[in-house]
Design a protein around this ligand. Sequence first.
Ligand code: NDP
Length: 249
Amino acid sequence: ITENLDGKAALVTGASSGIGEQTAKALAESGASVALAARREDELQQLADEIESDGGETLVVPTDVTDEDEVAEMVDRTHEEFGSVDVLVNNAGVMLLEHVEDADTDNFRQMVEVNLLGLMDVTHEVLPYMQKQGEGHIVNISSVAGRKAMAGGAGYNATKFGVNGFTEALRQEVTGENDIRTTLIEPGFVETELAEHIPDDEQQEQTKEMYEQMDVLQPEDIARSIAFAVGQPTHVDVNELLIRPTSQE
Ligand code: NDP
């Protein structure tokens, strides 16, 4: 169903685990060269070896998306290596669930800096390359939490609602100007490392229980949706995909 991505270059943030790792693999399987970004270099290198042993082309770019200089270098190196930046998957994220009254405000700050400002900075760096190329595709990973707020998720909800607003405004800015597409991906529960980092023990326990109660999504399920959106013909822009496990309320 999807187009071949041969000759295209994709940059995936948060590629060291979960959804980002599987997305990088799926895009490589479709023929794209993939730049792999996150902080954990060993995991990125392992993934690069795996993709390359299957015949794919990779670039490992260890990056903290909260650091503007590192972000600029990540994007420039991707362009230098592959000659274009055709697809950006803004996937890096953290979910540090806490009730507002108990929250460590450093956790608020980290979520905003990674999930929202990081995504905005990376987009800002990539956009001039796409405008010059006359085409490109920006895929932003939001969440069901970008549409539906829940107690305990205030900080995380704020960042994901922010991602939704940013992406729609960006879409309106770039639509009609060249062939630049935007896609918002809103996953429900996906089995990844995300919940492991929840600082509040009770919140972590509750979240893990919720995951155990249903047949949750696997990172591959989301990667497939991303590959689907990216693999559409250029005149088709899949603007938004909301993907829940069938048993999630
Ligand atoms: P993981 O914890 O497996 O992946 C998160 C990724 O983000 C890791 O690769 C991590 O790499 C990277 N990351 C975190 N902080 C930074 C940073 N400062 N700079 C660069 N990379 C960073 O979880 P998921 O795969 O689940 O999460 C991916 C995205 O999906 C997130 O945006 C999340 O909000 C979203 N999502 C997940 C859902 C789920 O149920 N799992 C549901 C809805 C949305 P490293 O630590 O090496 O830097």
